[in-house]
Design a protein around this ligand. Structure first.
Ligand SMILES: Nc1ncnc2c1ncn2[C@@H]1O[C@H](COP(=O)(O)OS(=O)(=O)O)[C@@H](OP(=O)(O)O)[C@H]1O
Length: 290
């Protein structure tokens, strides 16, 4: 079976590459740096993926709250069905990422296949500039989570070197233009008032909480998807590398705090990232916690 490293483009290939961590490379595609194993799946998503109107797509930059939102979306959408009990699985197994799924299935010689859930929930880290047209070709709903880049950096330490290469953040603007299609939430908002945003999210998804015990239902979901609960599930504590997937399950749970960057970044770095963030988010009118 192929490994992630086998997918690195041949050194003679014309694709612009940059060394990332360890033996890993980033490849430039349509102006963005994509982790090399995801390059081909990303191209395939752009060419072949046909979202259904009933699909829910979770869009995010890495380390912004993807795992948390996967657990929340799953819990909200399947709260009344038998799938509810599956929450004890790792959120990335419950909700595959589009490009990871393609990668794994391609390396196993399979085609893109999905479970027969009524609602398909899929994650993606592909930027709006690349995947926007595909997602706009159907009435699928999009949930977008973002996070203070300084905390994402503390989570993904390499962020600062790549940050200058990021483009503006059109997901934010899209959520303002078409709030029925793109739901926007930040990691910090979820931390501050999880119940409020879980209710908003359920309404956006067309499955609002109802009945006398609706507050209890919301509270249960917030608690079941909290960092403390998820990170204590046996499977999520495991540092075993799952077959075909190069990341241990527990690598998605570090401490889940807001402002942890203060323990890692020097004032000059904070200043530098704030300046980039101000510039990049300026057009959308979204000032990130500065
Ligand atoms: N339930 C819950 N609540 C709060 N925080 C959580 C939760 N689940 C994961 N995390 C924290 O999210 C960070 C990982 O981000 P992602 O899930 O986007 O990573 S990935 O893109 O899927 O690799 C990473 O943040 P840091 O702790 O700052 O590294 C995780 O700890």
């Amino acid at each position: 079976m192929e490994t992630f490293s086998d997918q690195i483009p041949h050194p003679d290939s014309p694709i612009e590459k940059q060394k990332w961590f360890s033996d890993e490379f980033l490849c430039r595609f349509r102006g963005f740096w994509i982790w090399s194993p995801y390059l081909e799946p990303t191209k395939k998503v752009v060419e072949d993926f046909k979202p259904l109107p009933s699909d829910v797509i979770l869009a995010s930059f890495p380390k912004t709250g993807t795992t948390w939102l996967k657990a929340l979306l799953y819990s909200i959408i399947f709260r009344s069905s038998k799938e509810k009990s599956l929450l004890f699985n790792h959120p990335h197994e419950l909700i595959p990422s589009l490009e990871t799924k393609l990668y794994l299935e391609e390396s196993n010689g399979k085609n893109l296949e999905f479970t027969d859930h009524k609602v398909r929930i899929l994650g993606t880290h592909i930027p709006y500039q690349i995947i926007g047209d595909v997602l706009n070709s159907s009435d699928c709903k999009i949930v977008y989570v973002t996070r203070n880049p300084k905390d994402s950096l503390a989570s993904l330490w390499h962020f600062v070197q790549k940050a200058k290469k990021f483009e503006e953040d059109p997901w934010t603007e899209e959520s303002l233009k078409r709030p029925w299609k793109v739901f926007f939430v930040t990691f910090e908002e979820l931390k501050e008032d999880g119940k409020k945003h879980v209710k908003r999210l359920a309404e956006f998804l067309g499955c609002p909480f109802e009945g006398e015990n609706k507050e209890e239902q919301v509270e249960e979901i917030v608690k079941n998807c909290s960092f403390e609960t998820l990170s204590n599930h046996e499977i999520n504590k495991s540092s075993e590398m799952p077959e075909c997937f190069p990341l241990p399950y527990n690598s998605f749970f570090r401490n889940g705090q807001v402002g942890d960057y203060n323990n890692y970044l020097k004032p000059e770095m904070i200043h530098q990232i704030d300046a980039i963030t101000r510039q990049k988010f300026h057009a959308s009118g979204f000032a990130y916690g500065i």
